[in-house]
Design a protein around this ligand. Structure first.
Ligand SMILES: Cc1cc2nc3c(=O)[nH]c(=O)nc-3n(C[C@H](O)[C@H](O)[C@H](O)COP(=O)(O)OP(=O)(O)OC[C@H]3O[C@@H](n4cnc5c(N)ncnc54)[C@H](O)[C@@H]3O)c2cc1C
Length: 438
Protein backbone atom coordinates (compact mmCIF):
# COMPACT_ATOMS: atom_id res chain seq x y z
CA UNK A 1 0.00 0.00 0.00
CA UNK A 2 1.44 3.35 -0.96
CA UNK A 3 1.68 6.22 1.51
CA UNK A 4 -1.55 8.23 1.60
CA UNK A 5 -2.89 11.24 3.40
CA UNK A 6 -5.04 10.43 6.42
CA UNK A 7 -6.52 12.65 9.12
CA UNK A 8 -6.72 9.80 11.59
CA UNK A 9 -5.07 6.39 11.97
CA UNK A 10 -6.90 3.94 14.22
CA UNK A 11 -4.98 1.05 15.76
CA UNK A 12 -7.29 -1.95 16.15
CA UNK A 13 -10.75 -2.55 14.68
CA UNK A 14 -12.09 -3.81 18.00
CA UNK A 15 -14.96 -2.44 20.04
CA UNK A 16 -13.28 0.93 20.65
CA UNK A 17 -11.37 1.54 17.40
CA UNK A 18 -14.12 0.13 15.18
CA UNK A 19 -16.94 2.14 16.72
CA UNK A 20 -14.81 5.28 16.89
CA UNK A 21 -13.96 5.04 13.16
CA UNK A 22 -17.57 4.28 12.20
CA UNK A 23 -18.80 7.29 14.17
CA UNK A 24 -16.61 9.85 12.32
CA UNK A 25 -18.02 12.22 9.72
CA UNK A 26 -17.72 11.21 6.05
CA UNK A 27 -15.24 14.05 5.45
CA UNK A 28 -12.62 12.57 7.81
CA UNK A 29 -10.10 10.32 6.06
CA UNK A 30 -9.32 7.37 8.26
CA UNK A 31 -6.96 4.40 8.12
CA UNK A 32 -7.87 1.52 10.42
CA UNK A 33 -5.20 -1.14 10.93
CA UNK A 34 -6.37 -4.39 12.52
CA UNK A 35 -4.04 -7.26 13.37
CA UNK A 36 -6.56 -9.98 12.57
CA UNK A 37 -9.68 -9.40 10.51
CA UNK A 38 -11.08 -12.91 10.96
CA UNK A 39 -14.04 -13.22 13.31
CA UNK A 40 -12.78 -13.81 16.84
CA UNK A 41 -14.41 -16.24 19.26
CA UNK A 42 -13.89 -14.67 22.66
CA UNK A 43 -15.56 -14.33 26.03
CA UNK A 44 -15.20 -10.55 26.40
CA UNK A 45 -17.71 -7.82 25.56
CA UNK A 46 -20.86 -9.92 25.32
CA UNK A 47 -23.31 -8.12 27.61
CA UNK A 48 -24.04 -4.53 26.71
CA UNK A 49 -25.63 -2.29 29.29
CA UNK A 50 -28.61 -0.07 28.33
CA UNK A 51 -26.47 3.09 28.25
CA UNK A 52 -24.13 1.37 25.78
CA UNK A 53 -27.05 0.73 23.45
CA UNK A 54 -28.22 4.33 23.85
CA UNK A 55 -24.71 5.60 23.04
CA UNK A 56 -24.57 3.46 19.89
CA UNK A 57 -27.95 4.86 18.84
CA UNK A 58 -26.71 8.40 19.46
CA UNK A 59 -23.88 7.66 17.01
CA UNK A 60 -26.43 6.23 14.51
CA UNK A 61 -24.80 2.83 14.88
CA UNK A 62 -27.60 0.93 16.62
CA UNK A 63 -28.02 -1.23 13.50
CA UNK A 64 -24.66 -2.91 14.28
CA UNK A 65 -26.51 -4.90 16.96
CA UNK A 66 -28.90 -6.30 14.37
CA UNK A 67 -28.73 -9.52 12.35
CA UNK A 68 -26.50 -11.34 14.86
CA UNK A 69 -29.18 -13.14 16.88
CA UNK A 70 -28.44 -10.89 19.87
CA UNK A 71 -30.72 -11.37 22.89
CA UNK A 72 -32.59 -8.75 24.84
CA UNK A 73 -31.62 -8.68 28.52
CA UNK A 74 -34.27 -7.25 30.85
CA UNK A 75 -32.35 -7.05 34.10
CA UNK A 76 -30.65 -9.27 36.65
CA UNK A 77 -31.65 -12.36 38.55
CA UNK A 78 -29.60 -12.45 41.74
CA UNK A 79 -29.06 -15.86 43.25
CA UNK A 80 -27.57 -16.77 46.63
CA UNK A 81 -28.24 -20.36 47.62
CA UNK A 82 -31.98 -20.88 47.61
CA UNK A 83 -32.73 -17.14 47.69
CA UNK A 84 -33.46 -15.38 44.42
CA UNK A 85 -34.93 -12.14 43.16
CA UNK A 86 -34.95 -10.08 39.99
CA UNK A 87 -34.25 -6.40 39.34
CA UNK A 88 -35.57 -4.97 36.08
CA UNK A 89 -34.00 -2.30 33.88
CA UNK A 90 -37.54 -1.20 33.11
CA UNK A 91 -37.93 0.00 36.70
CA UNK A 92 -34.90 2.26 36.22
CA UNK A 93 -36.30 3.83 33.06
CA UNK A 94 -39.28 2.66 31.01
CA UNK A 95 -38.37 0.81 27.85
CA UNK A 96 -34.64 0.35 28.36
CA UNK A 97 -32.92 -3.02 28.16
CA UNK A 98 -29.47 -4.54 27.78
CA UNK A 99 -28.33 -6.91 25.08
CA UNK A 100 -26.40 -10.19 25.09
CA UNK A 101 -24.38 -11.00 21.98
CA UNK A 102 -21.39 -12.83 20.56
CA UNK A 103 -18.52 -10.39 20.56
CA UNK A 104 -17.09 -11.82 17.31
CA UNK A 105 -20.39 -11.33 15.45
CA UNK A 106 -20.61 -7.74 16.71
CA UNK A 107 -17.03 -7.08 15.56
CA UNK A 108 -17.80 -8.56 12.14
CA UNK A 109 -20.77 -6.17 11.81
CA UNK A 110 -18.55 -3.26 12.81
CA UNK A 111 -15.84 -4.22 10.31
CA UNK A 112 -18.36 -4.66 7.47
CA UNK A 113 -19.59 -1.15 8.25
CA UNK A 114 -16.02 0.21 8.02
CA UNK A 115 -15.51 -1.54 4.67
CA UNK A 116 -18.61 0.16 3.28
CA UNK A 117 -17.48 3.68 4.18
CA UNK A 118 -15.70 5.56 1.40
CA UNK A 119 -13.68 7.67 3.82
CA UNK A 120 -12.34 4.62 5.69
CA UNK A 121 -9.53 2.29 4.63
CA UNK A 122 -9.49 -0.91 6.68
CA UNK A 123 -6.38 -3.05 6.38
CA UNK A 124 -5.01 -6.12 8.09
CA UNK A 125 -1.64 -5.42 9.66
CA UNK A 126 0.20 -5.72 12.93
CA UNK A 127 1.25 -2.33 14.22
CA UNK A 128 4.80 -2.67 15.42
CA UNK A 129 5.68 0.94 16.01
CA UNK A 130 4.15 4.28 16.84
CA UNK A 131 6.14 6.87 14.88
CA UNK A 132 7.26 10.06 16.63
CA UNK A 133 8.98 13.29 15.72
CA UNK A 134 9.82 15.97 18.30
CA UNK A 135 7.63 14.35 20.95
CA UNK A 136 4.67 14.23 18.59
CA UNK A 137 3.10 11.05 17.27
CA UNK A 138 3.08 11.24 13.49
CA UNK A 139 1.83 7.80 12.46
CA UNK A 140 2.48 4.08 12.62
CA UNK A 141 4.46 1.27 11.06
CA UNK A 142 2.80 -2.06 10.53
CA UNK A 143 3.65 -5.46 9.13
CA UNK A 144 1.39 -6.85 6.44
CA UNK A 145 0.52 -10.51 5.96
CA UNK A 146 3.27 -10.93 3.33
CA UNK A 147 5.86 -9.76 5.89
CA UNK A 148 6.45 -6.32 4.34
CA UNK A 149 6.39 -3.22 6.52
CA UNK A 150 4.38 -0.10 5.73
CA UNK A 151 4.52 3.31 7.39
CA UNK A 152 1.56 5.68 7.33
CA UNK A 153 1.14 9.16 8.74
CA UNK A 154 -1.80 11.13 10.12
CA UNK A 155 -2.50 14.13 12.30
CA UNK A 156 -4.10 11.98 14.98
CA UNK A 157 -3.46 8.36 15.95
CA UNK A 158 -6.08 6.54 18.01
CA UNK A 159 -4.41 3.84 20.05
CA UNK A 160 -7.11 1.27 20.74
CA UNK A 161 -5.24 -2.04 20.78
CA UNK A 162 -7.31 -3.47 23.62
CA UNK A 163 -6.82 -5.00 27.06
CA UNK A 164 -3.48 -6.67 26.23
CA UNK A 165 -2.17 -3.50 24.54
CA UNK A 166 1.52 -3.59 23.67
CA UNK A 167 1.50 0.05 22.57
CA UNK A 168 0.02 1.87 25.57
CA UNK A 169 3.31 2.09 27.47
CA UNK A 170 4.63 4.64 24.94
CA UNK A 171 1.73 6.93 25.78
CA UNK A 172 0.89 6.31 29.42
CA UNK A 173 2.14 5.19 32.78
CA UNK A 174 0.87 1.63 32.90
CA UNK A 175 -0.32 0.54 36.30
CA UNK A 176 -2.53 -2.47 35.67
CA UNK A 177 -3.56 -5.10 38.18
CA UNK A 178 -5.06 -8.49 37.47
CA UNK A 179 -7.80 -8.83 40.09
CA UNK A 180 -9.04 -12.24 38.95
CA UNK A 181 -9.65 -14.37 35.86
CA UNK A 182 -12.89 -15.25 34.12
CA UNK A 183 -13.29 -18.79 32.82
CA UNK A 184 -15.96 -19.01 30.14
CA UNK A 185 -18.07 -21.71 28.50
CA UNK A 186 -21.31 -21.72 26.52
CA UNK A 187 -24.32 -23.33 28.20
CA UNK A 188 -27.01 -24.78 25.95
CA UNK A 189 -30.53 -26.17 26.48
CA UNK A 190 -31.08 -24.25 29.70
CA UNK A 191 -34.61 -24.09 31.02
CA UNK A 192 -34.57 -20.94 33.16
CA UNK A 193 -37.35 -19.20 35.04
CA UNK A 194 -36.04 -15.86 33.76
CA UNK A 195 -34.46 -16.63 30.37
CA UNK A 196 -33.98 -13.00 29.35
CA UNK A 197 -32.01 -11.94 32.41
CA UNK A 198 -28.39 -11.79 33.44
CA UNK A 199 -27.88 -14.20 36.34
CA UNK A 200 -25.48 -13.10 39.05
CA UNK A 201 -24.77 -16.09 41.27
CA UNK A 202 -23.11 -15.13 44.55
CA UNK A 203 -23.65 -18.37 46.46
CA UNK A 204 -19.99 -19.31 46.83
CA UNK A 205 -16.66 -17.61 47.39
CA UNK A 206 -16.46 -16.45 43.78
CA UNK A 207 -19.20 -14.88 41.62
CA UNK A 208 -20.59 -16.53 38.50
CA UNK A 209 -22.41 -14.79 35.66
CA UNK A 210 -24.80 -16.41 33.19
CA UNK A 211 -26.49 -14.45 30.40
CA UNK A 212 -27.96 -15.16 26.96
CA UNK A 213 -25.72 -14.49 23.95
CA UNK A 214 -27.76 -16.07 21.14
CA UNK A 215 -30.69 -18.43 20.69
CA UNK A 216 -30.40 -21.37 23.08
CA UNK A 217 -26.93 -20.28 24.24
CA UNK A 218 -25.84 -18.64 27.47
CA UNK A 219 -22.39 -17.44 28.39
CA UNK A 220 -21.21 -18.62 31.79
CA UNK A 221 -18.31 -16.68 33.28
CA UNK A 222 -16.79 -18.16 36.42
CA UNK A 223 -14.56 -15.93 38.48
CA UNK A 224 -11.20 -17.34 39.53
CA UNK A 225 -9.90 -14.98 42.23
CA UNK A 226 -6.32 -13.80 42.51
CA UNK A 227 -3.59 -12.72 40.15
CA UNK A 228 -2.60 -16.19 38.93
CA UNK A 229 -4.32 -17.86 35.99
CA UNK A 230 -6.14 -21.12 36.76
CA UNK A 231 -4.22 -24.23 35.75
CA UNK A 232 -5.96 -26.12 32.98
CA UNK A 233 -4.61 -29.62 33.71
CA UNK A 234 -7.03 -32.52 34.21
CA UNK A 235 -6.86 -32.48 38.03
CA UNK A 236 -7.26 -28.71 38.29
CA UNK A 237 -10.29 -28.74 36.00
CA UNK A 238 -11.80 -31.54 38.07
CA UNK A 239 -11.38 -29.41 41.21
CA UNK A 240 -12.88 -26.35 39.51
CA UNK A 241 -15.77 -28.46 38.25
CA UNK A 242 -16.52 -29.75 41.76
CA UNK A 243 -16.48 -26.30 43.34
CA UNK A 244 -18.69 -24.83 40.59
CA UNK A 245 -21.25 -27.65 40.72
CA UNK A 246 -21.58 -27.05 44.48
CA UNK A 247 -22.76 -23.49 43.97
CA UNK A 248 -24.42 -23.55 40.56
CA UNK A 249 -28.25 -23.47 40.58
CA UNK A 250 -29.54 -26.99 40.00
CA UNK A 251 -31.16 -26.12 36.65
CA UNK A 252 -27.76 -25.14 35.21
CA UNK A 253 -25.67 -28.12 36.36
CA UNK A 254 -26.39 -30.63 33.57
CA UNK A 255 -25.73 -28.04 30.88
CA UNK A 256 -22.49 -26.97 32.61
CA UNK A 257 -21.22 -30.56 32.83
CA UNK A 258 -22.07 -31.15 29.17
CA UNK A 259 -20.33 -27.94 28.11
CA UNK A 260 -17.22 -28.98 30.04
CA UNK A 261 -17.24 -32.38 28.40
CA UNK A 262 -17.53 -30.91 24.90
CA UNK A 263 -15.40 -27.80 25.18
CA UNK A 264 -12.54 -26.21 27.10
CA UNK A 265 -12.68 -23.15 29.30
CA UNK A 266 -11.67 -19.93 27.61
CA UNK A 267 -9.73 -17.92 30.18
CA UNK A 268 -9.20 -14.15 30.32
CA UNK A 269 -7.56 -11.94 32.95
CA UNK A 270 -9.77 -9.31 34.61
CA UNK A 271 -7.87 -6.06 34.96
CA UNK A 272 -8.22 -2.84 36.85
CA UNK A 273 -6.23 -0.02 35.27
CA UNK A 274 -6.65 3.68 35.81
CA UNK A 275 -6.18 6.24 33.09
CA UNK A 276 -2.68 7.70 33.21
CA UNK A 277 -2.06 9.02 29.71
CA UNK A 278 0.96 11.27 29.12
CA UNK A 279 -1.10 13.27 26.60
CA UNK A 280 1.54 13.05 23.92
CA UNK A 281 0.72 15.27 20.96
CA UNK A 282 -0.87 13.58 17.96
CA UNK A 283 -2.25 10.55 19.82
CA UNK A 284 -5.19 9.46 21.95
CA UNK A 285 -5.70 6.29 23.96
CA UNK A 286 -9.19 4.82 23.75
CA UNK A 287 -10.93 1.73 25.14
CA UNK A 288 -9.13 -0.84 27.27
CA UNK A 289 -5.70 0.44 26.27
CA UNK A 290 -6.60 3.56 28.33
CA UNK A 291 -8.73 2.35 31.22
CA UNK A 292 -10.04 -0.99 32.55
CA UNK A 293 -12.37 -2.14 35.31
CA UNK A 294 -13.55 -5.55 36.54
CA UNK A 295 -16.00 -7.02 33.98
CA UNK A 296 -18.44 -8.28 36.66
CA UNK A 297 -20.89 -5.49 35.82
CA UNK A 298 -20.42 -5.66 32.03
CA UNK A 299 -19.45 -1.99 31.87
CA UNK A 300 -16.44 -2.00 29.51
CA UNK A 301 -18.20 -1.37 26.21
CA UNK A 302 -20.49 1.24 27.76
CA UNK A 303 -17.49 3.08 29.22
CA UNK A 304 -15.77 2.90 25.82
CA UNK A 305 -18.77 4.29 23.91
CA UNK A 306 -19.15 7.04 26.50
CA UNK A 307 -15.50 7.95 25.89
CA UNK A 308 -16.08 7.96 22.13
CA UNK A 309 -19.03 10.35 22.51
CA UNK A 310 -16.86 12.59 24.66
CA UNK A 311 -13.94 12.53 22.18
CA UNK A 312 -16.27 13.11 19.22
CA UNK A 313 -17.75 16.14 20.95
CA UNK A 314 -14.26 17.60 21.30
CA UNK A 315 -13.20 16.74 17.73
CA UNK A 316 -16.38 18.13 16.12
CA UNK A 317 -15.49 20.63 13.39
CA UNK A 318 -11.73 20.34 14.02
CA UNK A 319 -9.31 21.19 11.24
CA UNK A 320 -6.83 18.34 11.65
CA UNK A 321 -4.03 20.53 10.28
CA UNK A 322 -4.38 22.89 13.23
CA UNK A 323 -2.14 21.08 15.72
CA UNK A 324 -2.83 23.47 18.59
CA UNK A 325 -6.60 23.11 18.33
CA UNK A 326 -6.27 19.36 17.89
CA UNK A 327 -4.19 19.06 21.05
CA UNK A 328 -6.66 21.24 22.97
CA UNK A 329 -9.45 18.91 21.87
CA UNK A 330 -7.47 15.87 23.04
CA UNK A 331 -6.74 17.55 26.38
CA UNK A 332 -10.39 18.46 26.80
CA UNK A 333 -11.29 14.81 26.19
CA UNK A 334 -8.89 13.59 28.87
CA UNK A 335 -10.12 16.29 31.27
CA UNK A 336 -13.81 15.65 30.83
CA UNK A 337 -14.14 11.89 30.22
CA UNK A 338 -13.83 11.00 33.92
CA UNK A 339 -17.21 12.29 34.99
CA UNK A 340 -18.89 10.06 32.41
CA UNK A 341 -17.15 6.79 33.27
CA UNK A 342 -16.19 7.07 36.94
CA UNK A 343 -19.43 5.55 38.26
CA UNK A 344 -19.07 2.57 35.90
CA UNK A 345 -15.47 2.04 37.03
CA UNK A 346 -16.12 2.53 40.74
CA UNK A 347 -19.16 0.26 40.82
CA UNK A 348 -17.43 -2.53 38.85
CA UNK A 349 -14.35 -2.66 41.07
CA UNK A 350 -16.24 -2.05 44.33
CA UNK A 351 -18.94 -4.64 43.64
CA UNK A 352 -16.28 -7.22 42.90
CA UNK A 353 -14.72 -6.41 46.29
CA UNK A 354 -18.13 -6.70 47.98
CA UNK A 355 -18.96 -10.04 46.35
CA UNK A 356 -15.69 -11.58 47.46
CA UNK A 357 -16.21 -10.59 51.12
CA UNK A 358 -18.76 -12.82 52.90
CA UNK A 359 -20.27 -10.27 55.27
CA UNK A 360 -20.48 -7.49 52.70
CA UNK A 361 -21.96 -9.88 50.16
CA UNK A 362 -24.69 -10.83 52.68
CA UNK A 363 -25.37 -7.15 53.35
CA UNK A 364 -25.47 -6.25 49.66
CA UNK A 365 -27.79 -9.13 48.79
CA UNK A 366 -30.12 -8.16 51.64
CA UNK A 367 -30.08 -4.51 50.55
CA UNK A 368 -30.88 -5.21 46.89
CA UNK A 369 -33.51 -7.78 47.84
CA UNK A 370 -35.50 -5.06 49.62
CA UNK A 371 -36.46 -3.76 46.19
CA UNK A 372 -37.63 -0.22 45.47
CA UNK A 373 -34.86 2.37 45.37
CA UNK A 374 -32.45 -0.02 47.10
CA UNK A 375 -32.56 -2.17 43.97
CA UNK A 376 -33.23 0.29 41.18
CA UNK A 377 -30.70 2.85 42.51
CA UNK A 378 -27.68 0.54 42.16
CA UNK A 379 -29.06 -0.88 38.88
CA UNK A 380 -29.40 2.64 37.47
CA UNK A 381 -25.63 3.06 38.05
CA UNK A 382 -24.76 -0.39 36.72
CA UNK A 383 -26.80 0.18 33.56
CA UNK A 384 -24.79 3.35 32.93
CA UNK A 385 -27.98 5.45 32.89
CA UNK A 386 -27.24 7.25 36.15
CA UNK A 387 -23.74 8.73 36.39
CA UNK A 388 -24.10 10.50 39.72
CA UNK A 389 -21.11 9.59 41.89
CA UNK A 390 -22.68 10.90 45.13
CA UNK A 391 -25.72 8.71 44.49
CA UNK A 392 -23.46 5.67 44.07
CA UNK A 393 -21.54 6.45 47.27
CA UNK A 394 -24.79 6.92 49.17
CA UNK A 395 -25.98 3.45 48.19
CA UNK A 396 -22.59 1.88 48.81
CA UNK A 397 -22.46 3.07 52.41
CA UNK A 398 -26.14 2.37 52.99
CA UNK A 399 -25.39 -1.29 52.17
CA UNK A 400 -22.86 -1.41 55.01
CA UNK A 401 -24.99 0.66 57.42
CA UNK A 402 -28.51 -0.50 56.64
CA UNK A 403 -29.05 -1.55 60.27
CA UNK A 404 -27.76 1.37 62.39
CA UNK A 405 -29.09 -0.49 65.45
CA UNK A 406 -26.30 -3.04 64.88
CA UNK A 407 -23.79 -0.45 66.12
CA UNK A 408 -25.38 -1.18 69.53
CA UNK A 409 -26.50 -4.80 69.21
CA UNK A 410 -23.59 -6.20 67.14
CA UNK A 411 -20.89 -3.51 67.34
CA UNK A 412 -17.92 -5.68 66.37
CA UNK A 413 -19.58 -6.99 63.20
CA UNK A 414 -21.01 -3.59 62.29
CA UNK A 415 -17.68 -1.82 62.68
CA UNK A 416 -16.00 -4.57 60.63
CA UNK A 417 -18.59 -4.15 57.87
CA UNK A 418 -18.04 -0.41 57.77
CA UNK A 419 -14.24 -0.73 57.82
CA UNK A 420 -14.25 -3.37 55.08
CA UNK A 421 -16.58 -1.26 52.91
CA UNK A 422 -14.28 1.72 53.36
CA UNK A 423 -11.22 -0.46 52.73
CA UNK A 424 -12.67 -1.55 49.39
CA UNK A 425 -13.97 1.83 48.28
CA UNK A 426 -11.30 4.36 49.25
CA UNK A 427 -8.42 3.01 47.11
CA UNK A 428 -10.83 2.77 44.16
CA UNK A 429 -11.96 6.38 44.65
CA UNK A 430 -8.34 7.49 44.86
CA UNK A 431 -7.57 5.78 41.55
CA UNK A 432 -10.57 7.36 39.86
CA UNK A 433 -9.54 10.81 41.01
CA UNK A 434 -6.22 10.70 39.16
CA UNK A 435 -6.54 12.82 36.03
CA UNK A 436 -4.70 11.93 32.83
CA UNK A 437 -1.17 13.26 33.24
CA UNK A 438 -0.12 16.48 31.60
C1 LIG B 1 -13.49 -11.62 30.63
C2 LIG B 1 -14.03 -10.30 30.20
C3 LIG B 1 -15.39 -10.18 29.99
C4 LIG B 1 -15.92 -8.94 29.61
N1 LIG B 1 -17.25 -8.82 29.44
C5 LIG B 1 -17.80 -7.63 29.11
C6 LIG B 1 -19.21 -7.49 28.96
O1 LIG B 1 -19.97 -8.45 29.10
N2 LIG B 1 -19.68 -6.25 28.64
C7 LIG B 1 -18.87 -5.18 28.45
O2 LIG B 1 -19.35 -4.09 28.15
N3 LIG B 1 -17.53 -5.30 28.56
C8 LIG B 1 -16.98 -6.49 28.90
N4 LIG B 1 -15.63 -6.62 29.00
C9 LIG B 1 -14.78 -5.46 28.64
C10 LIG B 1 -14.81 -5.23 27.13
O3 LIG B 1 -14.59 -6.43 26.46
C11 LIG B 1 -13.78 -4.20 26.74
O4 LIG B 1 -13.99 -3.02 27.49
C12 LIG B 1 -13.83 -3.86 25.25
O5 LIG B 1 -13.72 -5.01 24.46
C13 LIG B 1 -12.69 -2.90 24.96
O6 LIG B 1 -12.60 -2.69 23.58
P1 LIG B 1 -11.18 -2.39 22.92
O7 LIG B 1 -11.47 -1.97 21.54
O8 LIG B 1 -10.36 -1.56 23.81
O9 LIG B 1 -10.48 -3.82 22.87
P2 LIG B 1 -10.76 -4.97 21.81
O10 LIG B 1 -12.21 -5.08 21.54
O11 LIG B 1 -10.03 -6.17 22.30
O12 LIG B 1 -10.07 -4.44 20.47
C14 LIG B 1 -8.69 -4.30 20.31
C15 LIG B 1 -8.36 -4.62 18.87
O13 LIG B 1 -7.02 -4.22 18.60
C16 LIG B 1 -6.41 -5.22 17.80
N5 LIG B 1 -4.96 -5.11 17.99
C17 LIG B 1 -4.26 -5.39 19.10
N6 LIG B 1 -2.95 -5.14 18.92
C18 LIG B 1 -2.83 -4.71 17.63
C19 LIG B 1 -1.72 -4.33 16.84
N7 LIG B 1 -0.47 -4.33 17.32
N8 LIG B 1 -1.93 -3.96 15.56
C20 LIG B 1 -3.20 -3.94 15.05
N9 LIG B 1 -4.29 -4.31 15.76
C21 LIG B 1 -4.11 -4.69 17.04
C22 LIG B 1 -7.01 -6.51 18.30
O14 LIG B 1 -6.86 -7.55 17.37
C23 LIG B 1 -8.45 -6.10 18.57
O15 LIG B 1 -9.27 -6.30 17.43
C24 LIG B 1 -15.06 -7.83 29.39
C25 LIG B 1 -13.69 -7.96 29.61
C26 LIG B 1 -13.18 -9.17 30.01
C27 LIG B 1 -11.72 -9.30 30.27
Amino acid sequence: MSTQEFDIIVIGAGVAGGIFAASQPASTRILVVERDLTEPDRIIGELMQPRGIQALNEMNLGHLLEGIDAQEVNGYNLIKGSERFTINYDEVEKGIHGIGLRNGKFLTNIRKELQQRENITLVQGNITQILQENNTVTGVSYTQEDGTTVSQHAKLTIVSDGPMSMLRDKLSKVNKKVTSYFMGLVLKDLDLEFPSYGHMIVTGEFPILVYPIHTNAYRILIDYPGGKAPKMGKDSIERIKESVVKILPQEMVASFLKALEEDQFKVMPNHAMKNQAFRMKGAVLLGDSLNMRHPLTGGGMTATFTDILCLNEQLAGIDFRDETKLQSAVNAYYNSRGKNVETINILANALYGVFTNDELKEACFEYLQKGGEQATGPLSILSGINRNKQFLLKHFFKVAMQHPIHFITKPAKQIRLYKNAKGILYPILKDEDVPAML
